[in-house]
Design a protein around this ligand. Structure first.
Ligand SMILES: [Zn+2]
Ligand SMILES: [Zn+2]
Length: 184
């Protein structure tokens, strides 16, 4: 839920920037029309306004595209290896490895989870890319989560380090519901 709210805020910022740009462009356009019709000589002012408009559009474009590539990379790199009902992942933030054991094998939805190694919020796609990597010998104690809607249970532990104390799972990989899973 926290993750969803954050995503919406980001979207809103770009939406309002875009609306502001649209209104400003329309005003500049009206001023140009006024200039032509009334033959008032303000071309340099209009030129300056157009330059501001171009600048603003460029900055908004640059910022929004940066933001989206960052988000895309983040989601992709959160996912690493998997086999059977046991999945291993690597966090892009701390590079720590953790495991999720699902009770049912069919993953339909995304898993929104805080990293079991560092607590960083991330998202695992329903079909993460497979790669080969070493998994540390030492395993942390595991934590059990259950989806109250479909009964899916997830056993989660950190590999090679202690588990982050306040682990949270915000969506169910089996039924895809974006409801916080209950810890047992
Ligand atoms: Zn991490
Ligand atoms: Zn579920």
């Amino acid at each position: 839920m926290v993750w969803g709210a954050e995503g919406d805020n980001i979207k809103n910022i770009w939406f309002f920037s875009f609306i502001f740009l649209l209104i400003f462009s329309f005003l500049v356009f009206l001023l140009s029309i006024f200039d032509i019709l009334m033959n008032v000589n303000v071309p340099s002012l209009i030129f300056i306004l157009y330059m501001i408009l171009f600048g603003a559009a460029f900055i908004i474009f640059l910022l929004s595209s940066n933001r989206f590539t960052f988000k895309e990379n983040y989601i992709k790199t959160f996912t690493k290896t998997l086999y059977g009902g046991l999945y291993h992942f690597q966090c892009p933030s701390c590079k720590g490895i953790f495991a999720i054991k699902e009770s049912m094998y069919n993953t339909k939805g995304e898993t929104i989870i805080t990293c079991p190694d560092c607590g960083h919020l991330g998202k695992i796609s329903s079909s993460p890319p497979k790669t080969i990597g070493l998994i540390p010998e030492k395993k942390s104690k595991n934590v059990l989560f259950k989806c109250l809607y479909c009964g899916e249970s997830l056993k989660i532990w950190a590999e090679g380090t202690d588990i982050y104390p306040k682990l949270k799972v915000f969506s169910c990989p089996y039924c895809g519901r974006e409801k916080r899973l209950k810890e047992y």
